[in-house]
Write a protein that binds this ligand. Structure first.
Ligand code: NAP
Length: 282
């Protein structure tokens, strides 16, 4: 068993804590607010908890699970308390700017991103088994210590996650397509519907909305803070993806405007064929 510290006890940090304590690891949870630390202890997401960053002392592996814009500052703040040889990892949804900054201050750092989430945030929605059968990306660089990488890899595998490895910049370009673009598209879908000028039609649309709208609007109905942070910290890759998306949408619009039903059918056939490669259960 390894002594693990989790800094930031929200959805992701709390869910990690639930799995790791269940496995029998001693888990020190460190929250910003004392109520969160108490709640983590009460629900079994940590075996010891508090708000003092010095609690990371003695931990063999430290997970930084604070919001994207607080990750580098968290690494900086815990560095003075870390034990020599402690392996530090994070779970942030962007990697390109974070990984070089943290590995410059702590040599045994491994960037990570479990691809599991929910529409809600916070410890109250943390869940055991959240990472089961989900991709978990590790983003080592030329500077990454291979023993540290192995330690994080073993813990991620113990969560039942499907491990994958790539460079931080490749990660950011890939998640722009499958995570950050969908949030913007889904939000735009909801807001476009809200643009319906006739209140009776809008109310009828809301009444008729069923599984198709539920699927396509889900990520647009998520936590605004997370979507904004994704865009701020993965701006270039997201802008490229949005440009490509705009062109695709324009192409579809033209096909419909020109009544080019064969072209539209071809496009829909192509997307039908392409989808299973993204959706493992399809
Ligand atoms: P969350 O539920 O909002 O939890 C964030 C936690 O960090 C809370 O415990 C909060 O503490 C603490 N915190 C907030 N601001 C802080 C600050 N300025 N300094 C220190 N601690 C702070 O967030 P989350 O969804 O778990 O996301 C955490 C990380 O996981 C992010 O880096 C995100 O990119 C990544 N991630 C998220 C998802 C997702 O879908 N949500 C998926 C994969 C990865 P208090 O409760 O004590 O205030």
């Amino acid at each position: 068993m390894e002594r693990i510290a989790i800094v930031g006890l929200g959805l992701i940090g709390g869910s990690l804590g639930l799995d790791l304590t269940r496995q029998g690891h001693p888990v020190v949870g460190i929250a910003r607010r004392v109520e969160t630390a108490k709640a983590a202890l009460a629900m079994g997401a940590a075996t010891e908890a508090g708000t003092d960053l010095a609690l990371v002392a003695g931990a063999e592996v430290v997970f930084i699970c604070t919001p994207i814009d607080a990750v580098v500052a968290t690494a900086e703040a815990i560095a003075p308390y870390l034990s020599a040889g402690a392996v530090v990892t994070d779970v942030a949804s962007v990697k390109g700017e974070l990984v070089p900054a943290i590995e410059a201050m702590w040599p045994d750092f491994v960037g990570g991103h479990p691809m599991a989430g929910k529409a809600e945030a916070g410890l109250a929605v943390a869940e055991m088994g959240l990472f089961q059968d989900r991709p978990y990306v590790l983003t080592p660089t030329a500077a990454t210590n291979s023993a540290a990488l192995e330690r994080v890899r073993a813990i991620a595998a113990s969560l039942g996650a499907n491990l994958c490895q790539c460079h931080p910049d490749q990660h950011d370009r890939a998640v722009a397509w499958i995570s950050h673009l969908p949030v913007m598209v889904s939000s735009s879908l909801i807001l476009a519907c809200q643009g319906e000028a006739d209140p009776a039609i809008l109310a009828l649309a809301q009444t008729l909305a069923s599984s198709g709208f539920q699927d396509t609007s889900r990520v647009g109905g998520g936590v605004p803070e997370l979507g904004t942070l994704m865009a701020r910290h993965n701006r270039a890759a997201l802008l490229d993806a949005l440009t490509q998306y705009q062109q695709q949408l324009e192409w579809i619009r033209n096909a419909i405007a020109n009544e080019d039903w064969d072209a539209l059918h071809d496009a829909l056939s192509q997307s039908q064929t392409a989808r299973p490669a993204y959706i493992k259960s399809a």
